[in-house]
Design a protein around this ligand. Structure first.
Ligand SMILES: [Zn+2]
Length: 380
């Protein structure tokens, strides 16, 4: 039974010399694109090889299955919408999105990413991956820039549904896993670990006032994740929390006296006494641990461990700007600077451990050693 043929309105060039067909199984329709062999060959070595093969004359009577309106017909096994997306980018009918964290970026590029990976269209693949990596960066400094932007917009749009403004991570995780774009996964899983517990607001419901906290205002389409993604989420989340707690108790227990020499309050009479030690210990116990483990009555999440990167930034700022204990107990600026640096170093360590915590082997290391590309798939 012949399916309905639908010619593309945009991708139907009058001087095209090839008709590409892709079917939509559900709609029982065949979508047709009249394009150019030379254009396809210039983008993909796979297509170039196909067109370089000797072609049989396409006009023999009685067999028109491989022609359409006299032109050679090439049937792609891919989804029609993916083919349309790919050709649209190749012919520059559409441009690859470039706005930060745009809600529909993944929708817009997923089909083209899938097929450019499959047909080895390197330059297009690289540009799409570049867009995704700019939203889900490899470097902590880039992540912080995005967080600033997000938090700024959160204040501006307070009370609105934030999912209208920002990309969610689950769809990205699906397509990035499928196409082996591992570099974006650590940041995406980290964000997922902050927001997975929030349910999406029901239709028509207004957003909640968030107090401009990036993690609380957004949601994820958790339902589209596969079992192995959910497992990564749980394991990674536990690893994150364990690491932060371990750090806080480690510093509290530490008896490192190395900063006596730099402490501004050390006296010549007692050169072995570190005057700021008690003040720092008190701060650590009464403020840092308290902040991370306790919750105010109106907090939406029980503990401040769901976003350790943000919590550690806050603690580093708190100890630098110290204004909540009596000034008599306040350690000197050098000792507070030391503690702030410890916190920021831990923050960087956590960031660099994200690939390991979420079980995405070599996601970032791979970038420096592109020769090992493709050998790092962790779906074993
Ligand atoms: Zn001191």
């Amino acid at each position: 039974m012949p399916w309905e043929d639908i010619k593309s309105s945009d991708l139907w060039y009058f001087d095209g010399n090839l008709v590409v067909a892709a079917t939509d199984m559900e709609e029982k329709k065949r979508y047709l694109f009249k394009v150019h062999k030379s254009v396809l060959a210039s983008h993909s070595p796979i297509w170039k090889d196909i067109f370089d093969l000797p072609q049989a004359p396409a006009t023999s009577k009685g067999d028109k299955s491989d022609t359409f309106e006299g032109l050679p017909l090439m049937v792609f096994p891919d989804a029609a919408s993916d083919v349309e997306d790919l050709f649209s980018f190749m012919y520059m009918i559409r441009h690859i999105p470039h706005e930060i964290l745009k809600v529909d970026t993944v929708d817009e590029v997923a089909g083209a990413l899938r097929l450019s990976t499959k047909y080895d269209i390197e330059h297009l693949m690289a540009r799409i991956v570049g867009v995704l990596e700019s939203d889900w960066p490899k470097k902590l400094c880039d992540w912080d820039v995005r967080e600033k932007y997000v938090n700024h917009l959160l204040i501006e749009k307070d009370g609105e549904d934030m999912d209208k403004y920002f990309a969610e991570p689950a769809a990205l995780i699906r397509i990035a896993t499928e196409c082996n774009v591992l570099a974006v996964l650590p940041a995406a899983f980290y964000h997922l670990s902050r927001v997975y517990w929030r349910v999406q607001p029901s239709e028509g419901a207004t957003g909640v006032s968030t107090g401009a906290v990036s993690a609380i205002a957004r949601t994820a389409k958790v339902e589209i994740l596969e079992a192995k993604d959910l497992r990564r989420l749980i394991v990674g989340r536990e690893a994150l929390r364990a690491e932060v707690l371990d750090f806080l108790y480690r510093v509290k227990r530490s008896r490192d006296e190395g900063h006596i020499a730099t402490c501004k309050l050390t006296s010549k009479a007692e050169p072995l006494v570190w005057p700021c030690k008690k003040g720092l210990n008190d701060w650590w116990t009464n403020h840092a641990l308290n902040y991370v483990l306790n919750c105010d009555k109106d907090d939406m999440h029980p503990i401040n461990l769901y976003d350790p990167l943000a919590s550690l930034t806050k603690l580093a700022m708190d100890i630098t700007d110290w204004n909540f204990l009596s000034s008599a107990k306040r350690p000197c600026s050098t000792c507070r600077g030391w503690a702030a640096n410890e916190i920021l170093a831990e923050r960087l360590k956590i960031w660099e451990s994200l690939p390991r915590m979420f079980g995405i082997k070599d996601a970032w290391r791979n970038e420096e050693d592109s020769s090992s590309e493709g050998e790092t798939n962790d779906d074993d």
